[in-house]
Design a protein around this ligand. Sequence first.
Ligand SMILES: Cc1ncc(COP(=O)(O)O)c(C=O)c1O
Length: 362
Amino acid sequence: MEKRIYNFSAGPAILPEEVLKQAQEELFVLPGVGMSVLEISHRSKSFDKIIGEAKENLKKLLDIPDDYDMLFLQGGASLQFSMVPMNFMFPRFKADYIVTGSWSKKAVKEAKRVGIVNIAASTEEGNFKRIPKQDELKFDPDASYVHFTSNNTIYGTQWKTEPEVGSVPLICDASSDMLHKKIDIKKYAFIYAGAQKNMGPSGVTFIILRKDLLERCADSLPTMLNYKTHTEKDSLYNTPNVFGIYIINLISNWLLKNGGLDNMYKVNKEKANLLYNCIDESGGFFKGHADKDSRSLMNITFNLASEDLEKKLVEEATVAGFSGLKGHRSVGGLRASIYNAFPKKGVEDLVSFMINFQKKNG
Ligand SMILES: Cc1ncc(COP(=O)(O)O)c(C=O)c1O
């Protein structure tokens, strides 16, 4: 069999090997079903079992209280940039957005089509290298909700704790750090995440929403864009991404088997520390983009002295079997995305490679 290489891509991203192997084994015939998961009806008992188990597992992993619903929708996290304001800006059509990167900016762009957006804080000055402090946040007292991005995939910054917003509903784009640790769901009114980083393949958006928010969803909204449609039909108003939900279920089982989110968090910190230590101990050869107190555990961004040197590193790394290290064009440099499924051994191997590269080029 062809050898797998280390996939540092920001998303779609690496999935647990065990999950891929199980999916491969079950692809032709799903045990006890007699057909492939790609062929089963979303209205079948077999699929009811899959989606039911996925929800049960995620509820367990994240301790999701009973007054919250879970949804598996399509349209990516990007559709949520529109659906959130369309459904929840009611009644005052004002909302607070904390801008910490390109994805928050895209969310703002869509919210502005619906109502008035107050930028509660922005760290664009300095090219989004940090998360704002609580005392920098300037909220609008009339805001219907506060929106923030928990992990900034492109810039490699991450909130360590949620912004404090009092009783105003807190809405979070957690696309690139969902399930990387346990969070206190009760602090949030609504969380959404494109699955393609920590949760599964692309094509599914996972949502956790507090049920009382549904009172805001206007009946005049297009049916497919109204959260009530999807909660009333348990994500099955129309044909969902059956295969994506099946993989999410396998991943939720994998997480439970591997010590749950507390263990994931422990390992994620260990993995990120290995890389950040390598950067910090390089005497300036590698320069981290994010401020130390804003560093992400999922996406580690860094630069070298010149673009040529960065290009050389990416080329040599690719030959050595490390894929997906080129940084996003807005930051340049390099980005190592090390989501839950990324093995610690792969990070250790990258660190050895970086130390060697510095020896030869430093
Ligand atoms: C934080 C964040 N939000 C939103 C998105 C957009 O997700 P999608 O491509 O599923 O629309 C991404 C994609 O990388 C992301 O990292």
